[in-house]
Design a protein around this ligand. Structure first.
Ligand code: ADP
Ligand code: MG
Length: 238
């Protein structure tokens, strides 16, 4: 379903060598599969997800979903992909401050004219994520972990075929983390979505069908229980 082929992205650094944030990543994820990428801070996790999400253009390589390279699509086709086929949980929890948790979670339903089904879809998702009592709460009344779960409900609301989750348990305690990971697991196994989650939490990696490590932008084998060494500096591309 999703195929990444030699995907690369370098950032130009002011006055210095460019940083190879994502370096020739090749990876396939099938329908119904949950894949974790485990990597330390700065290893290129967020950059990789932005390339797949169609938000940041790769320097080279391709992102192929169901046979279409999303970077060969027109801008409006890519926007359609992002809205209808992708569920992207990013690290910025940009909630509408004037709207309730339930309205925020229903944002994509509202954008796609499904507003009449909003309650029916979003409320069980929020309840499943432990927010059943917070449906009418405003973002200002929610913790970071609660805001993140509202964003996850939004990401899953249109039953995406591909789910990308950027450190989905980053702000959560152990019990809440398990709920989020279990929901992502169901999203792949029961709904058949391809799920890619990036994390530096070994517990999150343990929920996946398959785990790879990402280090300095490169995909490597992962050994269970592995703890990354403290970074001393980034490898730079000449
Ligand atoms: P992670 O999500 O694993 O922490 P990122 O993808 O955010 O990693 O960053 C990978 C590398 O690219 C880091 O060295 C980071 O400093 C650098 N980087 C990220 N975003 C930018 C940017 N917009 N401009 C320049 N360098 C960036
Ligand atoms: Mg990141």
């Amino acid at each position: 379903m999703l195929q990444l082929r030699k995907l690369s992205k370098c950032y130009a650094a002011a006055g210095g060598e460019p940083v190879a944030a994502v370096d020739e990543v090749t990876l396939e994820i099938a329908r119904g599969e949950l894949v974790a990428l485990y990597g330390p801070s700065g290893s290129g996790k967020t950059t990789l997800l932005k390339l797949i999400a169609g938000l940041l253009e790769p320097d080279s390589g391709s992102v192929v979903l169901d046979g279409r390279d999303i970077w060969s699509l027109s801008e409006s086709e890519r926007a359609h992909y992002r809205l209808h086929e992708l569920g992207y949980l990013d690290q910025a929890f940009d909630l509408l401050e004037g709207a309730s948790a339930a309205q925020n979670a229903a944002f994509k339903l509202w954008l796609t004219g499904n507003v009449r089904r909003a309650e029916e879809i979003v409320e069980p998702l929020l309840a499943r994520l432990g927010l059943g009592e917070r449906l009418r709460s405003r973002p200002a009344e929610l913790s970071m972990g609660e805001r993140q779960r509202v964003m996850l409900a939004r990401a899953l609301s249109l039953a995406p075929k591909l789910v990308l989750a950027d450190e989905p348990t980053g702000n959560l305690d152990t019990a809440r983390s398990r709920e989020v990971l279990a929901l992502l697991g169901e999203t792949s196994r029961e709904r058949g979505a391809a799920v890619l989650l990036v994390t530096h939490d070994p517990q999150a990696a343990a929920f996946a069908d398959r785990v790879h490590a990402l280090q300095d932008g490169r995909l490597c084998d992962y050994t269970a229980g592995e703890v990354f060494p403290v970074r001393t500096g980034r490898r730079e591309r000449a």
